[in-house]
Design a binder for this molecule. Structure first.
Ligand code: SF4
Length: 369
């Protein structure tokens, strides 16, 4: 294929042919450097390319000052900048926005933008559906369709950021990224890791690693790889009960990977004195909201790096669980707090549009056609 740059460099130098359908968003900075080096292009040009696209949102390398002709032709003839397409947007009265994305194979995933004091957290999906089948989660009812590729994860973020700049220009700052959308991120370890590297690269999006959190149901094969391979982002565990019997009812993989195996690994992960492990605790009426549950949770987490995030259950169509009363929620909160464990009570946002935690699902959308 001929390059679009008029300074086409023709020769035997393109030693490793790249697939013409390759997305630029598949390449972490390091991988892009390696790719350029494979082509006898100075790997330092990756810095220019990252800056040019992720900071300046440019897509035509032909006009990129300082980029060699060979690099221009290599990029312009071999890469595309296509992103998942937003096909539906729902906005809640509280400012939460839910995006439905269509992927290259027409499968769909949801991404949620959550406002807080004129800044935003974006909640990304890592899989189409999910194999973990957590009993409280609407996504879990869908089953796993496939993993998302790196470009589909990065593309969600970039599209949401573009929407925000266009539609809410006065408060367009995305402060946090959480992997708490559809999917178990550690089940799709390689693509999630690659996307994280793109997010935090100083030459690209430059997002702060301590503002990014990956949430897991306790997928042990991924946890075992974390320390050696994952960038230094935060980790959150869906705890929901410290009793294995109860936890297994909510999170079936707990039977295979019980708390006794995953907690020591999780507690060894945070880097730096100020880093915590967030333990997500979904409060469900009459199931895990008793004084005994609260005391056992506090005992297990005393003297650890725990930060507890209590989340009152968000009902979804067909769910068997209910949200506890305000009094029960507050009593649970006070017990955790009395053990000097940092704890927050998450305000539910987006439940009006089924965008709250555990409510994402794209099957019902397909049915609507
Ligand atoms: S809570 Fe997370 S891991 Fe569990 S089924 Fe839902 S998306 Fe999957």
């Amino acid at each position: 294929m001929l390059s679009r740059c008029w300074t086409l460099f023709v020769g035997p130098h393109f030693s490793k042919k790249i697939n013409l359908e390759t997305s630029f968003y598949k390449y972490s900075f390091k991988k892009l450097q390696n790719l350029l080096a494979d082509q006898d292009i100075n790997p330092d040009q990756a810095r220019l390319l990252y800056n040019w696209h992720y900071k300046k949102n440019q897509t035509d390398p032909c006009s990129l000052f300082g980029l060699s002709d060979k690099a221009k032709n290599y990029i312009s003839s071999g890469f595309h900048f296509k992103r998942p397409e937003i096909i539906e947007i729902k906005e809640s009265d509280d400012g939460t926005v839910k995006f439905l994305f269509s992927l290259k194979d027409q499968k769909t995933v949801e991404t949620v933008l959550i406002p807080f004091n004129k800044k935003y957290t974006v909640c990304l999906s890592s899989q189409v559906g999910c194999a973990m089948k957590c009993a409280f989660c609407f996504t879990g009812t869908q089953g796993l369709s496939r993993h998302l590729e790196t470009d589909e994860i990065v593309g969600q973020f970039l599209e949401v950021q573009t929407w925000l700049t266009k539609n809410r220009p006065l408060d367009d700052i995305i402060l946090n990224i959480v992997f708490m959308g559809q999917g178990e991120p550690l089940h799709n370890f390689d693509s999630v890791k690659e996307a994280l590297e793109i997010f935090i690269s100083q030459y690209g999006l430059s997002l702060a690693d301590h503002k990014i959190t990956v949430s897991t149901s306790g997928y042990l094969p991924g946890l075992k790889r974390w320390k050696a391979e994952m960038p230094s982002v935060n980790i959150a565990l869906s705890l929901h009960s410290v009793f294995d019997e109860k936890r297994s009812r909510l999170i079936p993989i707990n039977t295979k990977y019980p708390l006794s195996e995953i907690i020591p690994i999780i507690e060894s992960i945070p880097e730096g004195k100020k880093r915590f492990v967030t333990y997500e605790y979904l409060l469900i009426e009459g199931f895990n909201d008793s004084e005994e549950d609260a005391l056992a949770t506090a005992q297990m987490l005393t003297n650890t790096k725990a930060f507890v995030n209590l989340i009152p259950f968000n009902p979804f169509p067909g769910s068997e669980f209910k949200r506890p009363t305000k009094e029960k929620i507050e009593a649970f909160y006070r017990i955790i707090q009395s053990h000097r464990i940092p704890v927050t009570l998450r305000t539910t946002k987006g439940d009006q549009i089924l965008a709250a935690c555990g409510q994402l699902n794209t099957n019902h959308l397909k049915l609507k056609g």
